[in-house]
Write a protein that binds this ligand. Structure first.
Ligand SMILES: [Fe+2]
Length: 223
């Protein structure tokens, strides 16, 4: 399938086949739940195959690597493919005991475990406001654990806010299929202790974002 705007950071036939399937399936489904259901089998196949994700994208970056991500110093988010404005596929590496910020995605998503286990804590916003900055109250909705091959869906506005940590004694590696250029769009990170929200751009470990919005804050500034 022609994909003139696609940007590959991993060149592998298995990934190219999956990307073509996602584009084709997205063209055929207007409703997000139906789209995500239709993607489950091909995504399961991708997660079950162990021959396509190179070591670099299953680990934290080497010490001398220029890490471009703001997800937190001990977390890697490797961009594998994107079509800006439409789709990104990335691998998230979270070492044992490390936790991501509480964040949203503002896009549909399918997340699957490739290695290790992850604990996802889902939240929903319960204050009346929808401000991008300042006061925000979250309520914890659900905690789930996922192991290799397990998969969960992100469907905004509900089920879109979570944090991720790794209970296993090996780093968790999860594959994220998002209906946006998730590392580069402005979204939100939440401080649940202080009841605060800020605009957040996670970035990617291996790719810089252009056109950084002046209102975007980094994870470090927020904590
Ligand atoms: Fe996430």
């Amino acid at each position: 399938m022609a994909d003139p705007q696609g940007e590959y950071h991993l060149d592998h036939d298995r990934l190219r086949e999956f990307v073509a399937t996602v584009h084709r399936t997205a063209d055929d489904h207007d409703e997000v739940p139906a789209l995500l259901s239709a993607l489950r089998d091909p995504f399961d196949d991708l997660l079950a195959a162990d021959d396509w994700l190179p070591d670099l994208y299953r680990n934290l970056p080497p010490e001398d690597y220029a890490n471009a991500s703001d997800m937190g110093g001990d977390i890697a988010q490797w961009l594998l493919y994107r079509q800006p404005g439409k789709l990104s596929i990335s691998s998230l590496v979270v070492p044992p005991g490390v936790e991501t910020p509480v964040h949203d995605h503002l896009a549909w998503g399918l997340v699957g475990l490739y290695q290790g286990t992850q604990k996802e804590t889902f939240f929903r916003r319960v204050d009346a406001g929808d401000a991008d900055e300042g006061h925000a109250e979250l309520e914890r909705v659900e905690v789930r654990e996922a192991g290799p091959g397990d998969c969960y869906e992100l469907i905004p506005p509900d089920g879109d806010i979570h944090s991720v940590t790794t209970p296993s004694d090996v780093p968790s590696v999860s594959i994220h299929v998002l209906g946006a250029d998730i590392g580069c769009i402005p979204r939100h990170a939440f401080d649940t202790e202080a009841d605060l929200v800020e605009v957040f751009q996670s970035g990617y470990t291996n790719v810089d974002c252009e056109d950084v919005d002046e209102h975007v804050h980094t994870h470090d500034e927020m904590l």
